[in-house]
Structure formats: structure tokens, C-alpha cells
Design a protein around this ligand. Sequence first.
Ligand SMILES: *[C@@H]1O[C@H](CO)[C@@H](O)[C@H](O)[C@H]1NC(C)=O
Ligand SMILES: *[C@@H]1O[C@H](CO)[C@@H](O)[C@H](O)[C@H]1NC(C)=O
Ligand SMILES: *[C@@H]1O[C@H](CO)[C@@H](O)[C@H](O)[C@H]1NC(C)=O
Ligand SMILES: *[C@@H]1O[C@H](CO)[C@@H](O)[C@H](O)[C@H]1NC(C)=O
Ligand SMILES: *[C@@H]1O[C@H](CO)[C@@H](O)[C@H](O)[C@H]1NC(C)=O
Ligand SMILES: *[C@@H]1O[C@H](CO)[C@@H](O)[C@H](O)[C@H]1NC(C)=O
Ligand SMILES: *[C@@H]1O[C@H](CO)[C@@H](O)[C@H](O)[C@H]1NC(C)=O
Ligand SMILES: *[C@@H]1O[C@H](CO)[C@@H](O)[C@H](O)[C@H]1NC(C)=O
Ligand SMILES: *[C@@H]1O[C@H](CO)[C@@H](O)[C@H](O)[C@H]1NC(C)=O
Ligand SMILES: *[C@@H]1O[C@H](CO)[C@@H](O)[C@H](O)[C@H]1NC(C)=O
Ligand SMILES: *[C@@H]1O[C@H](CO)[C@@H](O)[C@H](O)[C@H]1NC(C)=O
Ligand SMILES: [Cu+2]
Length: 556
Amino acid sequence: MAYRFSMILIFLAAVLFPAPVESAVRHYKFNVVMTNVTKLCATKSIVTVNGKFPGPPIYAREGDTVIVKVINNVQYNVTIHWHGVRQLRTGWADGPGYITQCPIQTGQSYVYNFTLTGQRGTLLWHAHISWLRATLHGAIVILPKKKVPYPFPKPHKEKVIILGEWWKSDVETVINQAMQTGLPPNLSDAHTINGRPGPAPNCSLSSGYTLNVKSGKTYLLRIINAALNDDLFFKIANHNLTVVDVDACYTKPIKTDIIFIAPGQTTNALLTADQAPGKYSIAISPFMDTVVPVDNMISTGAVRYKGLPPFPKTTLTAMPPKNATPVVKSYLNSLRSLNSKQFPSKVPLDIDHSLFLTIGVGMNPCATCVNGTKSVGDINNITFVMPTTAILQAHYYGIGGVFTDDFPGNPPMPFNYTGSVPTNMQTMNGTKVYRVAYNSTVQVVLQGTSFIAPESHPTHLHGHNFYTVGSGSGNYDPEKDPKSFNLVDPVERNTMSVPTAGWIAIRFLADNPGVWFLHCHLEVHTSWGLKMAFLVDDGEGPTQSLPPPPSDLPKC
Ligand SMILES: *[C@@H]1O[C@H](CO)[C@@H](O)[C@H](O)[C@H]1NC(C)=O
Ligand SMILES: *[C@@H]1O[C@H](CO)[C@@H](O)[C@H](O)[C@H]1NC(C)=O
Ligand SMILES: *[C@@H]1O[C@H](CO)[C@@H](O)[C@H](O)[C@H]1NC(C)=O
Ligand SMILES: *[C@@H]1O[C@H](CO)[C@@H](O)[C@H](O)[C@H]1NC(C)=O
Ligand SMILES: *[C@@H]1O[C@H](CO)[C@@H](O)[C@H](O)[C@H]1NC(C)=O
Ligand SMILES: *[C@@H]1O[C@H](CO)[C@@H](O)[C@H](O)[C@H]1NC(C)=O
Ligand SMILES: *[C@@H]1O[C@H](CO)[C@@H](O)[C@H](O)[C@H]1NC(C)=O
Ligand SMILES: *[C@@H]1O[C@H](CO)[C@@H](O)[C@H](O)[C@H]1NC(C)=O
Ligand SMILES: *[C@@H]1O[C@H](CO)[C@@H](O)[C@H](O)[C@H]1NC(C)=O
Ligand SMILES: *[C@@H]1O[C@H](CO)[C@@H](O)[C@H](O)[C@H]1NC(C)=O
Ligand SMILES: *[C@@H]1O[C@H](CO)[C@@H](O)[C@H](O)[C@H]1NC(C)=O
Ligand SMILES: [Cu+2]
């Protein structure tokens, strides 16, 4: 009796005076399975997590630890990347296949274990091997710590909106075919909003995603571009959006009627249902401002005000032409980091390593390919060759022969990058990293080249956020351009588009020991070798080195 009474007291005390919850541990189980789904009037077997497309969202608060057990029950090798998560000293949990880990093979499992430090907003998880991320992806929603408000008015509700790209045929077959023939892979057949292509020609089964809203209320849209290869425009008929956060970094609020979002990027935007009650189209369409072919399908959903009579007429919205360069330019140039007292910009001012990297595509001989040549991608003329042992493991255990640390910080041969490029489009190949000391400051100018066709490349860096301090068209001018760098409040993110026949300058603090992938987030270009990695050495202090790998780290 006394025992029971004291238990009740303890229970009451716990309810009335809860211990301050600093952070929580969030457990998830990701069962990777084959799932049959019907889209564009056809049923197809796809790789999913827990049978869901898009996959299940991860919800956590800043400071929480996330533990995800991934079990591979499909015939493919699988890895999962937590795109944009800083992974401070948890490089073993980053996920890119053969960069930080060997793949989780059929029948195996691996526990990803990481803490969300200093980030709040929206990120995404996706497979990081082959083209599996076409269907293996989902949202990571990071709420602020308990009792910490947003730096904008609290929304009535929050909605995740994942944009994707859909192939009628099997996606692994599409990329395997392209790698064998040396030709560009087949284009996708539709774009999707939360897994739905929306009304499609000749397909009565399709219906679009509907966002139900209450008149007068404000919604936080967490928009994610999980498409493999397509930059996208996002619009809602008759409604403006206010961008407040990109890639889990707060921005100064930007009012806009259109959002540009590249694969791998995320955007939090406020939508206020301030128009006449009705049904308004949500539309996404591709951006491609060069001669490269693109899936030109517009996909639609709708914002629907509550309390409408059945079958309301939908107000449509006009999308910009696919080559609307000025729309992208002015949108991206308008983004600024919040740079408040609470969330200051920490742009590195003194630079230890200044790199100039040309990025683009090329063409190498290939005896077994259709035309005797194969398309490749390169950085400073090096087409990255995937090793067969993960680079991080080779680094940690000192295994030789896997990679070299002589990635060049400058192009081997300067030329007119965006003008008349050399007629020889061949590249070299190698598995090279660029090595920096712990806590070095790095500036990278990413210069697009015009080999075959100039193209916009959304470039993603793992393990770090960076500041885009400058951008421009044509060739970067090392004398003139730094004078106009924004070193005060440049946008902070993890993925940024290098404009077609142009350049961007990014800066970051290499405060995270490990091996960190930098690559074009158009999966076709990554497959072709448009990728490299930074190796950040351990520092001296006890909290400045990479701990040993978890015991279940997959082996090659
Ligand atoms: C998917 O469909 C195929 C062909 O109809 C069928 O053989 C298979 O059992 C289905 N798989 C699942 C997981 O339902
Ligand atoms: C996750 O990592 C932390 C820190 O290294 C460790 O204490 C914890 O045991 C790990 N949890 C699991 C489930 O692996
Ligand atoms: C790709 O397109 C070509 C040409 O239309 C077609 O022959 C081939 O079957 C397609 N491949 C896949 C995997 O759908
Ligand atoms: C739709 O069907 C019509 C008639 O069968 C055909 O001409 C048209 O090409 C089809 N459109 C698409 C996008 O498949
Ligand atoms: C959207 O913003 C623009 C520019 O501020 C303004 O001209 C327009 O009227 C706004 N539209 C709506 C629907 O609020
Ligand atoms: C390469 O081969 C394809 C298919 O045979 C053909 O359509 C294309 O014109 C060829 N391209 C070049 C550059 O030879
Ligand atoms: C580079 O090429 C562009 C476009 O053809 C041309 O306008 C420019 O003058 C060239 N620059 C140099 C330094 O040759
Ligand atoms: C790239 O490397 C290849 C192979 O060594 C060479 O032929 C070509 O001239 C180089 N191109 C550039 C732009 O450096
Ligand atoms: C790398 O380049 C060499 C020499 O050009 C070539 O023989 C080899 O096949 C290439 N390796 C890969 C994996 O492309
Ligand atoms: C790392 O560099 C930053 C900026 O240069 C500096 O503020 C910080 O004290 C350094 N940290 C360590 C551990 O050296
Ligand atoms: C899966 O990964 C292992 C380890 O790297 C490799 O040996 C094997 O060939 C891969 N299997 C497939 C189907 O790619
Ligand atoms: Cu690219």
C-alpha cells in the first residue's frame, strides 16, 4: 500500500514537475522492400521504405539524436544519406555509397546514428547509390528546440510537399542502359507532387495532391525537390509565398509568386489563404535553359479552401517557359541568410584554401558503347572513379591503394570555360580527394564549362553548409569579382546551382573531420563522374576527431 502510494507520488511529481527535456532520441525502422504502385495508369514494382512512396518522414527537434535501423530486403545494394544533416563527427552515418560506407547488402542491416546539431528547418533523406533515390526518399523535419519560437509568425499548420520524378520503366534499368550505351539516360515521364503526377493525358486514374486550407490561416510548406535530374519551378495560382528558410537555414523573409528549387534543395515557405475561397492550382514545371532535352511535363495539385461546394472550378496558373533564366537568377539572388543576433551568419573572412574547380561534362572513348564514345562528367578534368572500398574506411584504417589526396585545386589547363572550349572533350579519371586540416577555411569557385552544352549544375556538399558569397555569368574574374562578394548575409545552404555558363563562389569552415562528397545533384551527372571529395583531417582536441566506426558498419 505504502509502495503504491509512493509510486503515485513519484508519478504526480513527474507530471507536475517534469525534468527539463533537453533532447530526445528518435528511433525509426526503415524496411527497404519492393512495393507495387500504380501511377500513370500502369502498375510497377518499386523500391520503397516501409511500402511508402514518398517514404516516411523523420520528425525531430534541434538537438535530438536520430537512430534509424535500415534493413535491406531488396535485390539491390542500398545506402541512405541524410541530406544536409551536418553529421558532426558522425561521418559513418552520412551514407554515400563507397564514400563513407560500403553498401548495405541484401539481407543486411545498418543503424544510422546522428544528432541534429544547430539546424532547424526541412531536409531530406534519400538513397545514395545508383538511381535508387528516385523512389527511396522522404522528408526530415527539424523543429526548433522546445519553447524556442520560429523567427516568423507561428503557422496554423505545417505541410510537407515532396517533388519527384517518375519513370514508367524501371529506373535501375534506365541508368544501367545509359551506362552501357554511353548515351544520356531516357527522360522521366512525369513529375510528382507528394507522389502524385496529377491529371495526366490518357490516364483517368491520376489525381493530384490536394492541400486543404482554412480561409485566413497561414500554412508552412516544407517543399523538397527529390527529383533525380530536374530543376523545378513551384507556383500556386493567385497566391504569393514567403520564403523563410532554405536547406534548414533561416532566411530573411522573401515574398515571391514563384519558387525555384533544384534537386537536393529544400524551401520552407508561408502560404496565407487570403484569396476568395476556391480551388487554386499548385503547379511544378522544369527549368532547363540550354539545348539539353528535359522532361517537359507540368504536374499539378491544388489548394482547396474548406467549405466549398462540390466540384469547384480550379483557378489555373501560368508557368514560366522552361528556359526562364531571369526568373531563376532574380529568385536566387534575392535570398539572404537571416543574420540576426540569434542566428548570425558566420561567413569565413580569411581563407586558408582557395580552389577553382571547373565542372561540366565531356566525352571519352568507349569501344563497347553505341557511338564508340561515352558521356562523362568531370571536375578539373577528372572524372571520378568510384572505389570498391569506402574512402572513409580506407582513410580511417590507413588502407592504401583506394584513393590519393592530390585532387588539383586548379584546372590542369586554363581555357575559355564558357566560350569556345577545346575540341578535345576527353577527361582523365581518378579517385582523388582534396585534403584540408581540421578547422581550415575553404573558398571554392565552381566554374561551369560549355563542353557539349553548358548546363546548370546544383552542387551539393556533404557534412557542411556553405555560404554563396558570389555568382555570375561567363568566366569568373579573380581580380574583379571578389570585390562584389557578399560577406555579410549571403545565403547559407548545402546545395546551390552553378548557373548555365556561369560560376558561383562558396565558403565554408571545414570543422567536421571525415570524408565529404561534393557532387552535382543531377543524378545523371553524378553517375557520369561529376563528383569529388574533401578529406578533413582530425584536429588535436578530444572533440575534434572522428570516433571509430560502429560495429555494424557494412563491409565491401
Ligand atoms: C507485385 O506484382 C507482381 C506482378 O503482378 C507480383 O508477382 C508480385 O507478387 C507483387 N508484389 C507484391 C509485393 O505485392
Ligand atoms: C548512438 O551514438 C551514441 C554516441 O556515440 C552512443 O552513445 C549510442 O549508444 C548510439 N546508439 C545506438 C543505438 O547505436
Ligand atoms: C529508353 O528509350 C529507348 C528509346 O526509346 C527504348 O528503346 C528503351 O527501351 C528505353 N529504356 C528503358 C529502360 O525504358
Ligand atoms: C493519348 O491518346 C491518344 C489517342 O489514343 C493519342 O493520340 C495520344 O498520343 C495519347 N497521348 C499520350 C500523352 O499518350
Ligand atoms: C504578390 O506580390 C506581388 C508583389 O509584391 C503583388 O504585386 C501581388 O499583388 C501579390 N499577389 C497577391 C495575390 O497577393
Ligand atoms: C549516337 O548514337 C545514337 C543512336 O545510335 C544516334 O542517334 C546519335 O546521333 C549518335 N550521336 C553521335 C554524336 O554520334
Ligand atoms: C571567351 O568566349 C566568349 C564567348 O565566345 C568571348 O566573348 C570572350 O571574349 C572569350 N574570352 C577570352 C578571354 O577569349
Ligand atoms: C583533360 O585530360 C585529357 C586526358 O589527359 C586531355 O586530353 C585534355 O586535353 C584535358 N582537357 C582539359 C580541358 O584539361
Ligand atoms: C581511366 O582512364 C584510363 C586511361 O584513359 C582508361 O584506360 C580506363 O579505362 C579508365 N577507367 C575508367 C574506370 O573509366
Ligand atoms: C575554428 O575556426 C573558427 C573560425 O576561424 C574559430 O572561431 C574557432 O575558434 C576555431 N575552432 C577551433 C577548435 O580551432
Ligand atoms: C553490392 O556491394 C558489394 C560490396 O561492395 C559488391 O561486392 C557487389 O558487387 C554489389 N552488388 C551489386 C548487385 O551491385
Ligand atoms: Cu550537373
